[in-house]
Write a protein that binds this ligand. Structure first.
Ligand SMILES: [Zn+2]
Length: 499
């Protein structure tokens, strides 16, 4: 079929390169057909495109395809002729997506093949997570990645703002969180954390201290930048594990055991003061971030302290909780109720399934995909971020700088399919989408963070946006190589693709 299309296109007077079945675009669009002729980049951007926002017209062009409302909102028709570009969309977001398509075509090639593109997303959630706690990159870095996400039609930025090695967002009710735990003497995370025990923090203003945090003004600027690019920013406030820094600032929130208990990470769930702090923090976070989602972490709590602590035991007795897992579930449900009271919904890592899932929680499935499948069966929304495909801290080449984890090559990332035979057709709408996670234990520098992101984020973008039948590894490889070149010229660090 591809050969026939190319022969036909050649007969129309197109060159072979122009006649290729896929344009030089990531993510691959749902529908693409070549028209005769080409237009130069300069001519295209010398004039304004013709834009029409008309759901009726767009639906007519969709010829009976039944798109969900959220798909229609993002969909667009782009007609590129020798005269210029025409865009039809149902919503501003569709116009924005069409412009990103034009922009990418013009960035990659100086002469654009005339064409018609009819395009819409496969999944509604197409995300990237950045861990700003272990190493801190700051506002300019975040905005630079949002810019690339927009070009790739990715629409969710998961902001991992707090964790054991540093609290990175201003909270007015508890200035101590940032004044004290956003700074540490050692810059490199592994020099600071020894044998899974965090080192000391130092006060803000200490000479040569490493760290930083986002002020409310910084967050407002990032949100406005993201909003202009139709990207939703979802903040994560980790609880009840990964809270070494919270306990460092407020030791009274540890369990009532010698030294706060053997595990230095967990908050005491017996003490009411723990909930008071978390709720006050969340109130300020709700005020800062308009997203309807709040990510509350919920991962890797060891629960040993809770099994021994008299306060935790008293809570379990009073609430009729039979295990430490149920104590965690009690906490997650309580935070979910609090979020609901403020018009928000919670997302948590897949450990929130333990001890019973909160009624309306969305699960981020990171231990492989089984936890996600289980949550889907229970009628919950799921975002797939499986370690062996989408953990971007894992190396893409054994020879690369500071390799950790397993080999997660570009091809491996690209091979992930969220909807397998294990997801019934009736449940498929619970699969919201996919996300790449950049944990930064061993990633201190901006250039290092970017080579871990790119080109692998290109593959996640295509899995999230492109229709399954449009995915094609050899062709993606060609397009990814071309976009890598362009991204480098644009000032991004992109890891070389394997021959
Ligand atoms: Zn306790």
């Amino acid at each position: 079929m591809k050969g026939i299309l190319i022969a036909l296109a050649l007969a129309l007077g197109l060159t072979e390169a122009q006649a290729q079945a896929q344009p030089n675009l990531i993510p691959a669009p749902a529908g693409y057909s070549v028209r005769p002729g080409s237009i130069s980049r300069d001519k295209l951007f010398g004039q304004a495109e013709k834009v029409s926002i008309s759901p009726k017209t767009l639906i007519r062009h969709l010829e009976g395809r039944n798109l969900a409302d959220w798909q229609l909102k993002s969909a667009y028709l782009l007609e590129l002729s020798k005269k210029g570009a025409k865009i039809v969309a149902a919503h501003e977001e569709g116009v924005f997506n069409a412009r990103q398509t034009l922009r990418m075509m013009a960035l990659v090639d100086s002469s654009l093949t005339c064409c018609t593109i009819l395009d819409w997303p496969r999944f509604r959630y197409r995300g990237v997570m950045l861990d700003e706690s272990r190493h801190f990159q700051g506002k300019a870095f975040v905005m630079k990645q949002l810019e690339m996400m927009a070009l790739l039609k990715m629409n969710r930025f998961h902001f991992h703002l707090v964790d054991n090695p540093g609290w990175r967002v201003q909270i007015d009710a508890y200035p101590r969180l940032t004044n004290l735990t956003a700074w540490r003497p050692q810059a490199f995370f592994w020099d600071w954390e020894k044998n899974e025990i965090g080192g000391p923090f130092v006060e803000e203003g200490t000479p040569e201290a490493y760290g930083g945090y986002y002020t409310k003004q910084d967050i407002a600027e990032i949100l406005s930048f993201a909003d202009e690019r139709h990207i939703e920013v979802i903040p994560e406030i980790e609880m009840p594990g990964h809270n070494y820094e919270t306990r460092y600032a407020f030791p009274e929130l540890a369990c009532s055991l010698p030294g706060g208990g053997k595990d230095p990470w967990e908050l005491c769930l017996g003490k009411e003061s723990t909930f008071e702090l978390l709720e006050k923090v969340l109130l300020e976070v709700f005020e800062m971030f308009p997203s309807k989602y709040i990510h509350i972490g919920g991962d890797e709590a060891r629960k040993n302290n809770w099994r021994l602590c008299p306060d935790c035991q008293a809570r379990m007795k009073a609430e009729g909780l039979k295990s430490a897992e149920e104590l965690q579930s009690y906490m997650i449900r309580r935070m979910e109720r609090f979020a609901h009271e403020h018009g928000k919904r919670i997302i948590g890592w897949d450990e929130i399934l333990q001890g019973g899932l909160a009624p309306d929680a969305t699960v981020m499935s990171w231990h492989g995909i089984d936890a996600g499948l289980q949550a889907v069966k229970q009628g919950h929304d799921v975002i797939f971020t499986p370690t062996h495909y989408f953990y971007l801290d894992y190396h893409q080449d054994p020879a690369q700088f500071r390799p950790v984890g397993r080999l997660v090559s570009l091809e491996k990332v690209y091979s992930f399919e969220p909807i397998t035979e294990k997801v019934s057709e009736a449940d498929a709408h619970h699969v919201l989408g996919v996300q790449g996670n950049l944990w930064t234990e061993h990633i201190q520098d901006a250039w290092h963070a970017e080579i871990m992101l790119y080109p692998r984020v290109f593959a996640i973008a295509e899995t999230g946006w492109s229709q399954a039948e449009r995915k094609d590894w050899p062709d993606f490889e060609r397009r990814a190589s071309s976009l890598s070149e362009t991204a480098r010229e644009w000032g991004y660090w992109v890891y070389p693709m394997m021959p």
